[in-house]
Design a protein around this ligand. Structure first.
Ligand SMILES: Cc1cc2nc3c(=O)[nH]c(=O)nc-3n(C[C@H](O)[C@H](O)[C@H](O)COP(=O)(O)OP(=O)(O)OC[C@H]3O[C@@H](n4cnc5c(N)ncnc54)[C@H](O)[C@@H]3O)c2cc1C
Length: 284
């Protein structure tokens, strides 16, 4: 089992050394979530594929895996959308324009959304899971003619937790079927209330060929994958992005190991068929 990963451990020198990125701009998306726009201090843009993550460091505090939320192969700052949940993300939340953070990577597998060419593409996001899916959506929209119907099913706990609301409207105007739901409505909320899985039966896509990309809390991904399969998708055509505690990001420390899988190397994006028995299982 380990042999499979060993070859990939032969990393080029410097794989653990962060590059320096300066905070060029910052947007507060919700009460606890913000997007950092980062410019490399050496002027060399970070190349990545949609779905990959970097290890972000707040110097003196620690390092955490965060997915890239900006479009790939497009000029502009590197974007990371971060939820302030603990010590490192809180330190990142306190950075000011001009401050420098460390970035290692990019690491991991991507959504490989081009496998959906000629078919319908369904993106299902729960909460901050929309951030890692954003580069995939922007890639689909850049090559719109390659795909059939494009559907986004998005659920958050409350209306205040919805991310990228301006973009949701823009995507809808570009022909994406955008269905949004919240777990708990507010008096001013006129939209749907209920779990994101309730949207699967309503959405217009052909399950015989569709490619589904799912990102959110593990329990949400599990029930979403099961509902998509029930609707007719093949488990091979459902991809999920796993979130596990990580330290090195390069398959050395074993923190993110899930039986034979290293989430940092083999994932985070994996076909549901490969992880069906693992997700939803609590980490020790
Ligand atoms: C591949 C990958 C991609 C990720 N992408 C993103 C991303 O794009 N944006 C983002 O905000 N996060 C992302 N995460 C999660 C992020 O890495 C964690 O939230 C972060 O490591 C927390 O570190 P901390 O030091 O701030 O919190 P800690 O001090 O480690 O944790 C403090 C408390 O928060 C709890 N906690 C930790 N993580 C979470 C969580 N995710 N949700 C709720 N509670 C939590 C802990 O259980 C603990 O009680 C990703 C994780 C992985 C593995």
């Amino acid at each position: 089992m380990l042999r499979q990963a060993e070859g990939r451990h032969m990393l080029p020198g410097g794989a653990m050394v962060p590059r320096l990125f300066r905070l060029a701009d910052r947007r507060q998306d919700t009460a606890d979530t913000f997007t950092m726009m980062l410019e490399p201090t050496d002027g060399v843009p970070l190349e990545f594929i949609p779905g990959q993550f970097t290890m972000m460091s707040a110097f003196g505090i620690g390092e955490v895996p965060i997915s890239v939320s900006s479009p790939a192969k497009v000029e502009g700052p590197l974007q990371h959308t971060v939820r302030d949940v603990g010590s490192v993300t809180h330190a990142l939340a306190r950075t000011q324009i001009g401050d420098v953070v460390g970035i290692r990577g990019p690491y991991g597998t991507g959504w490989d959304v081009e496998d959906g060419a000629g078919a319908d593409v369904v993106l299902v996001a729960g909460g901050i899971g929309l951030a890692p899916l954003r580069p995939a959506m922007l890639d689909v929209l850049r090559h719109r003619q390659r795909y059939g119907r494009v559907v986004l099913l998005y659920g958050t706990r409350t209306p205040e937790d919805l991310l990228f609301t301006d973009e949701l409207k823009r995507w809808e105007n570009l022909g994406v079927e955008v269905l949004v739901t919240v777990d708990y409505g507010t008096p001013s909320w006129t939209g749907r209330v209920g779990l994101v899985t309730t949207l699967i039966a309503r959405a217009g896509f052909d399950p015989r060929s569709a490619l589904a990309l799912v990102c959110g809390p593990e329990v949400m991904m599990r029930f979403t994958a099961m509902a998509l399969i029930k609707r007719g998708l093949s488990p091979d055509r459902v991809r999920v992005s796993l979130e596990r505690n990580m330290r090195c990001g390069v398959g050395l420390c074993g923190h993110c190991q899930y039986r034979e899988l290293f989430v940092c190397l083999d994932g985070p994006v994996l076909p549901y068929a490969r992880v069906a028995g693992l997700i939803g299982v609590r980490e020790l």
